[in-house]
Ligand binder design. Structure first.
Ligand code: HPA
Ligand SMILES: [Zn+2]
Length: 374
């Protein structure tokens, strides 16, 4: 629990999370459990001596690539649909219970699994089972988005995209509310992630153009370690409708004006940026610059099991301790997150009504407190 006066409001806000990697919710404890269950050998490295040793190593990441080395080493313990279901249900139920997450759009790395003989359909089946249960138990909706991997050859990404398309795994735009009730187990869009420096977006332009031609929504990690020019490239050559991270976009005021004018949602991950040394401190992440420029953004946790178990509620509290946003600023952030979601309009309206109610109750309660004190 944070010490800010708005803590109660921050807990109650209905939230939409758009930047959360399913594989980034694998705790050291579950990693060891699944390694044993699935007979997977862990690296012969002192960091893997125990879950506690691994946790200690995670507390000392020096860069995105340093983190990705551990993240990619952890992925290999995930083998069965039941593994993905366990991971996804644990995340969705925790997000709903502890942060009032009402809608989650979850990334996964298909190439990291197919390279080991685990089919995309296995991940999709596990996720869909988890989404159905989480919706029944916690009324949270969930969508799944595959991210192509920049550290692998572009041909590998193209083959992966073609295979997902041929298998009919992508939802036509605008369908699938993510409620898990009767909605088909389909993918809600296409993303791009992994190492960024020296990998400008242009190499993936052909794949993203093919996705656009199929009416598939597009998003891309850009401007995390890479420069503002990579964010512009993601818009120009990938036709990205969202920008994941976007941190270095703030180095270019013209680009911020463009993001605002085009109403592009930036899925900010401020705690991740500090842990991976993209930003020296939370105060240095560009959330105030986005607000000043009118850039719409959501606040997200990215890979919480690798970043000190900072799930969405903890991230909101840390952001508030750093920025002391007003009620009106949080209302705007929460509303932009709802409007920028890829669930259907009906679902957005429903979460929007919950937001109205939470704000109304909060204002009535705090005005009452002020009146009583006067
Ligand atoms: O923050 C990230 N950036 C790039 N790739 C990733 N894959 C998981 N998390 C990340
Ligand atoms: Zn990410």
């Amino acid at each position: 629990m944070c010490k800010t006066p708005l803590h109660g409001l921050l807990e109650a806000l209905p939230k939409c999370e758009h930047h959360l990697h399913l594989e980034g919710t694998l705790s050291p404890e579950l990693l060891f459990t699944l390694a044993e269950r699935n007979q997977v050998a862990l690296p012969a490295d002192a960091a893997y001596a125990s879950p506690a040793a691994l946790r200690a190593r995670y507390a000392a990441f020096t860069s995105l690539d340093d983190f990705l080395g551990y993240y990619n080493a952890g992925v290999v313990v995930l083998r069965t649909a039941a593994d993905f279901e366990e991971l996804a249900y644990a995340y969705l139920s925790r997000a709903a219970r502890t942060a009032n997450v009402r809608h989650a759009e979850v990334f996964f790395d298909p190439q990291a699994h197919t390279a080991r003989g685990v089919a995309v359909a296995t991940v999709v089946a596990g996720f869909h089972a988890a989404a159905r249960r989480a919706h029944a138990d916690h009324a949270v909706s969930a969508l799944l988005v595959p991210c192509l991997l920049r550290h692998l050859p572009v041909d590998d990404a193209a083959a992966c995209f073609d295979a997902m398309l041929a298998a009919g795994l992508f939802s036509p735009t605008g369908t699938g509310t993510g409620t898990g009730t009767g909605s088909p187990p389909l993918l809600a869009g296409l993303g791009l992630c992994s190492t960024e420096l020296a990998r400008p977006p242009s190499a993936w332009a052909g794949i993203f153009a093919a996705a656009a031609a199929q009416g598939i929504r597009r998003t891309a990690h850009a401007g995390e370690e890479g420069p503002a020019a990579y964010v512009a490239g993601a818009l120009d050559v990938l036709g990205a409708q969202r920008i994941d991270h976007g941190t270095h976009a703030a180095d270019d005021l013209g680009l911020l004006a463009r993001l605002a004018a085009q109403r592009v949602l930036v899925t900010a991950c401020p705690v991740s940026n500090v842990v991976l040394r993209v930003s020296p401190s939370l105060e240095d992440t560009p959330l105030r610059a986005y607000l000043a420029a009118g850039v719409r953004f959501s606040v997200n946790s990215d890979d919480p099991a690798y970043f000190g178990d900072m799930y969405l509620q903890e991230v909101f509290c840390a952001v508030q301790e750093a920025f002391a946003f007003s009620v009106d600023e949080w209302a705007l952030i929460a509303r932009n997150a709802i409007e920028g979601s890829w669930c259907g309009d009906e679902r957005k309206r429903s979460i929007g009504r919950e937001l109205d109610k939470v704000l109304e109750d909060w204002r009535a309660r705090t005005e009452g407190t002020v009146a009583a004190a006067a």
